[in-house]
Design a protein around this ligand. Structure first.
Ligand code: ZN
Ligand code: ZN
Length: 412
């Protein structure tokens, strides 16, 4: 029996791999323009980091993390998300004593969820985190960056920005109390998951995907109606900023993150046509997390995008074809042909060597590669310092030295 890949963890080959790489490069490139510096953070982290940041009562920590004890007896995890590790690194480097830090990163995350379209057990996230700015300007800038990213990928028209405010430690506790009372009164009519959430994580009930639960929640109290003055002002400024930048959004009180350290701005970019797994980019403010992980009070705001889900929205892009395929006629010409290929690459061309052997097979290879030109190295021409360049579209051939060959390849 051949060994198969782990369920829910796909291979990315050819054009799919190219698409994923494009999503990564576009993200990091754009983030740099906004002053976000790339960081490369560990895939393995202490389990305790996620227990303390995400919490044991969540699905992620409760049942989805890949954890193991290493030989030193330490509890280690494959990271299920990027923010907790970023905060750990931020504190470990002592950067909370300095000014603002803007970070971006890209890399694999791991969650043992039930695999389905757009939901994988290993997935790639592009994320941005901004530490040290409490101003709504930071929220707006981050949203602008997220929007520009989706726009640059050509998917902005199929994506909608949903915005909410989750309040703060002043206004959320009284809201939470009112929400719990509302939910308790309907406990029997909510699904089993929601019943369990009433005490553990009541705000998460609001985004239950169950239609019967949603019907019960029609008249549920909303955080937005109970914001304190400071949170209300912050939310108004975020909205004004988005409007000034011409970024369309919809206020949606059902956007919740459900963890105590999330404060004020919460947002999701939701795509049409992806079914239940529609959120392609999500984030918000998490002013309480740095402190929850043992640091001082440092405000922070961030987002993460799931690249495999975003890739589902992109059109299939053909792989780039080489400019030329180099063909060696006869064993003797193998070394010279490798030299020719190297010389062309040094001139900046994308060149594939056909591997020598039979001429027929090598020309077939040139066709399969979709190359425009074949550069043929044969003994007669080579003795005169020349190669034969064949236009694979028209069939015309020229005997040229390397300099002239480069000129011809460039005319295309
Ligand atoms: Zn508040
Ligand atoms: Zn429910």
């Amino acid at each position: 029996m051949r060994i198969q890949r782990v369920r829910g963890i796909p291979d990315w080959l050819g054009a799919d791999a190219a698409r994923l790489r494009l999503l990564e490069e576009q993200g990091i490139g754009l983030a740099r323009q906004y002053g976000y510096q790339e960081v490369v953070l560990p895939v393995l982290e202490p389990k305790e980091l996620f227990v303390r940041s995400i919490g044991t009562h969540t699905d992620i920590v409760g049942k989805e993390m890949y954890c193991f004890e290493d030989r030193g007896g330490e509890a280690i995890c494959l990271r299920p998300e990027g923010t907790a590790g970023a905060v750990r690194a931020f504190l470990q480097a002592g950067l909370h004593r300095g000014g603002t830090q803007r970070w971006c990163y890209v890399g694999p995350m791991f969650r043992r969820e039930r695999p389905q379209k757009g939901r994988l057990r290993q997935f790639t996230q592009f994320g941005c985190e901004c530490f040290g700015l409490a101003s709504p300007a930071a929220d707006v800038e981050l949203l602008a960056l997220a929007w520009r990213y989706l726009d640059a990928l050509g998917v902005a028209a199929r994506v909608r920005l949903l915005l909410n405010s989750l309040g703060c430690s002043v206004c959320r506790p009284p809201y939470r109390e009112r929400l719990v009372a509302f939910l308790e009164a309907r406990r029997e009519r909510l699904c089993a998951d929601c019943q369990a959430r009433i005490t553990r994580n009541p705000m998460r009930v609001l985004d239950c995907k169950n239609a019967s639960c949603q019907a019960e929640l029609q008249s549920a109290p909303h955080m937005l109606d109970m914001l304190c003055d400071a949170c209300r002002a912050h939310f108004a400024e975020v909205r004004a900023g988005l409007e000034a930048l011409g970024i369309a959004y919809r206020v949606d009180p059902k956007i919740v993150r459900g963890l105590d350290y999330y404060t004020r701005t919460a947002f999701e970019f939701v795509a049409e046509g992806l079914g239940a797994q529609a959120t392609v980019l999500a984030g918000g403010r998490y002013d309480g997390l740095v402190k929850a992980l043992g640091g001082p009070d440092v405000p922070a705001v961030g987002f993460a995008a799931g690249l495999e889900r975003l890739a589902l929205l992109l059109d299939e892009a053909p792989l780039a074809a080489p400019d030329a395929v180099v063909i060696a006629l006869g064993e003797e010409m193998l070394a010279p042909s490798l030299k020719v290929a190297e010389a062309l690459r040094r001139e900046g061309f994308f060149v594939v060597h056909a591997g020598g052997g039979g001429a027929k097979r090598q020309f077939r290879e040139a066709d399969r590669q979709g190359a425009r030109w074949a550069v043929i190295v044969g003994e007669d021409e080579w003795k005169r310092g020349l190669v034969r360049v064949k236009d694979l579209q028209t069939g015309t051939q020229h005997e040229l030295d390397l300099e002239e060959a480069c000129k011809l390849l460039r005319t295309d």
